[in-house]
Structure formats: structure tokens, C-alpha cells
Design a protein around this ligand. Structure first.
Ligand code: SOE
Length: 387
């Protein structure tokens, strides 16, 4: 009989919800080579984690992550906590022989990422960072087209990841705005995603030149009543210092000679979760907008001059035509944000069955962090930095 992986999930708020949905859906839609059991969900607040257990479909709730990762009843650990606890939990899970899936950014800094990578390698467990946007069918399709040479040699990787959830100066000082907990602001939270896509679609970054800025330097501390959390947090009365960037931009060069232009901001009013990517090559271009995520635009320079223009590839063709889509609906019946996590979890489970690597691994997380740190150092020194 096929094995069943018993999942222990640490953290239960926004990402915990997205991952719970993925663990529930993956076995129903994907040909998994093992079963999945939503065994234990874990968090610090007993009442909160119990409510999450009941609504998200887990068997047990716990407030003790150490007990969860060391439990003989758990095979696989999924980390969705704030960034400052990723390293400690992942290293403990690896030492206990558990496969580890960890939210991005992998950790607070390069040293932590390296220690995590060393631990999972030593334990010979499967490890993956949840850069879910790689598993948008349109992104996997873009990668396939680039590999097949559809746009030729790449000249430009141009990306803007823009949100607006902290434009209000009264939005409270949540953990994502505290360097000690998050590592950085828009930089590690959302630049990390587009760095990952750059590494996936174009190649390794070679050198960068960055600019980081904090528009609102002080914010109200969070209301401690327990009502409202994360992106929907409520303000308290006292003020505190913002210790991370609100916006972070960098230009750079890839090792293959392509040029990079990345912008991450939480100060773009009207932009909720806008990820716009354009890749220009010697034979054509690709364009993607996350808010229209089932579509990939392709400019093919070999077309006759009078027919030229960007055309739309609706990445919803089943039957193995478009990556991942075959497991869902008939053509044109679009999918969304949550599906990217289902795809991630499905690939992770199948890799765990074989004991094989699945990208992005912790090694990818470490390489990503090197780019983040190089851009941060560059912004601080006001000069180019090698990755
Ligand atoms: C907040 O900026 C956030 O939830 C990120 O942390 C996620 O990684 C991204 O997918 C959506 O925005």
C-alpha cells in the first residue's frame, strides 16, 4: 500500500490557510504517489490554533512546535511562521528526519539559510521553499518556451511587484515591518518572489545595484486585543519605529549577460498584488500580469510584419498542453492564487516519495538570500555589489 505522509504544519494564519487548502486539495486533483493526512496544526495561541484546526480540516492542534517536529506521528513539516523562526524549526525538523517545506524568504540572512541547507543535507531529507509563483501555469509555460528558444537570447528581465496595503500611516507595526522578525520589508517579502522567478526564467544574478527606502518611519503598535491580524491588523495607541524598507528596487546583471530591473513596493496605491513581468529576447518577448494570471503574452518577431503584435496564450489547455492545468478544468475554466500552492504541495509530496530533490530547494533559498543581501548592501553603500 502507498505510504501516507502525516503533515505537521507550524503557523496557521494567511499562509497556513493557503497551505491547508493545498494539502486538502492536492490528493483529490493530482496523481500523488502517497496519501496525505492533515495531522497536526500548530501555533502559539491555543484558542486561535484550535479554531484554525476546526475550520481548516486538521485532526490535532498543538501549541508546541518542538513536540510536533519531534513526534513519531509526523513525517513531513510545513513551516508558515514569521521569518525569524524558519531556521530553528527547519533545522529541528531535519534533525528529527522530517521532510521540510518552508515559506519564503527561507530565513533572515545567508548564515541561517546556509545552516538550514547543511541540516537538510546532513539528514538527507527532502527540502523545498514555497516560491509558489513558479507553479503558476503561465510561469511554467514561460520557462518551457524560454528553454525551447522561443524568445532567443534574453536581454531584459523587467519586473514590478507592487502592493498598497501599508500606504496608510496608521496601519500598525505588524511583524512584516519589524526587521528582527522579518529580516527586511518589501525586499524579502516580495522581491524574494521575483528574484526567484528571475532565477527560474533567466538564470543566476551576477551583480546588483540597489535602492531601498522607508516612507513612513513610525507607526502605531498593534492592538493587543487579538482582534485582527496580519494584513488586516488593528492599531493600538503607542507608536513604534519601522525598521524595514517600504520599497526596494535594484538593477543588475545575470551571469548570462541579461539585464535585470526589479522593483518591490508596498506603496503603489491601487496595486493590490500586482506582478508585472516582461522578458525581452533576440527573437521575441513574453509579458505576464499576475492579476490576469491565466494569460501569457507572446511577441514573436518571426511573424510577418503586417501580423506582428503581442498575442495572448490562454494557459488553460488540458491534455498535457499547459503545465499543471490538466488536473483542473476544461479549456478556459480559469484557476487562481490558491492553485499555485496545490501545485507546490503536489510536487513536494511526489519528491518525498522518491526521496528526490524538488525545486526550489533550500539551496535556491540560499542563493535567493545572497541576491537579497547583495542588493541591501549595495543600497547601503550606494555602489554595485557582486552576488
Ligand atoms: C504579503 O506581502 C504577501 O502575503 C506575501 O508575504 C506573499 O508571499 C505574497 O504571495 C502575497 O503578499
Amino acid at each position: 500500500m502507498a505510504k501516507t505522509f502525516r503533515v505537521g504544519m507550524i503557523g496557521y494564519r494567511f499562509m497556513g490557510k493557503a497551505h491547508s487548502n493545498a494539502w486538502r486539495q492536492a490528493p483529490h486533483f493530482f496523481p500523488l504517489k502517497a496519501g496525505v493526512e492533515l495531522h497536526t496544526i500548530c501555533g502559539r495561541d491555543a484558542a486561535g490554533v484550535e479554531a484554525a484546526r476546526a475550520s481548516l480540516g486538521w485532526r490535532h492542534a498543538s501549541t508546541d512546535w518542538r513536540a510536533v517536529v519531534n513526534s513519531p506521528d509526523i513525517d513531513l513539516v510545513d513551516i508558515n511562521t514569521p521569518n525569524d523562526s524558519h531556521a530553528e524549526i527547519a533545522i529541528a525538523a531535519a534533525r528529527a528526519g522530517k521532510h521540510v517545506l518552508c515559506e519564503k524568504p527561507l530565513a533572515l540572512n545567508v548564515a541561517q539559510c546556509q545552516a538550514m541547507l547543511d541540516a537538510v543535507k546532513k539528514a538527507k531529507v527532502v527540502h523545498m521553499v514555497c516560491h509558489n509563483y513558479r507553479r503558476i501555469p503561465a510561469m511554467a509555460q514561460a520557462r518551457k518556451m524560454i528553454d525551447e528558444g522561443a524568445i532567443g537570447q534574453i536581454y531584459h528581465y523587467y519586473v514590478r511587484y507592487a502592493q498598497d496595503w501599508i500606504v496608510d500611516p496608521n496601519f500598525p507595526l505588524v511583524w512584516r515591518l519589524q526587521k528582527g522578525v522579518s529580516g527586511s520589508g518589501s525586499h524579502g517579502d516580495i522581491n524574494a518572489h521575483i528574484i526567484d522567478l528571475g532565477r527560474y526564467l533567466v538564470g543566476e544574478f551576477k551583480e546588483v545595484c540597489g535602492l531601498m527606502h522607508t516612507f513612513i518611519k513610525e507607526r502605531p503598535l498593534m492592538d493587543q486585543s487579538g482582534k485582527g491580524d496580519g494584513l488586516g491588523a488593528r492599531r493600538g495607541k503607542k507608536m513604534g519605529r519601522v525598521t524595514v524598507d517600504d520599497a526596494s528596487m535594484f538593477i543588475g546583471r545575470f551571469a548570462n549577460g541579461a539585464l535585470a530591473n526589479l522593483e518591490a513596493t508596498r506603496f503603489a496605491l491601487g496595486r493590490k498584488n500586482h506582478i508585472e513581468i516582461e522578458i525581452n529576447g533576440s527573437k521575441g518577448s513574453l509579458h505576464f500580469d499576475f492579476e490576469d494570471m491565466n494569460r501569457l503574452k507572446f511577441f514573436d518577431n518571426s511573424q510577418a510584419g503586417d501580423r506582428q503584435g503581442f498575442r495572448d496564450i490562454l494557459v488553460t489547455q488540458p491534455g498535457g498542453v499547459h503545465p499543471y492545468f490538466g488536473q483542473w478544468w476544461p479549456p478556459g475554466h480559469i484557476i487562481g492564487y490558491e492553485h499555485t500552492f496545490v501545485h507546490t504541495v503536489a510536487d513536494f509530496v511526489n519528491a518525498c516519495v522518491k526521496g528526490k530533490a524538488v525545486q526550489p530547494t533550500f539551496e535556491d533559498g540560499l542563493r535567493n538570500q545572497r541576491v537579497l543581501e547583495a542588493a541591501e548592501e549595495s543600497a547601503k553603500k550606494r555602489q554595485w555589489v557582486k552576488v
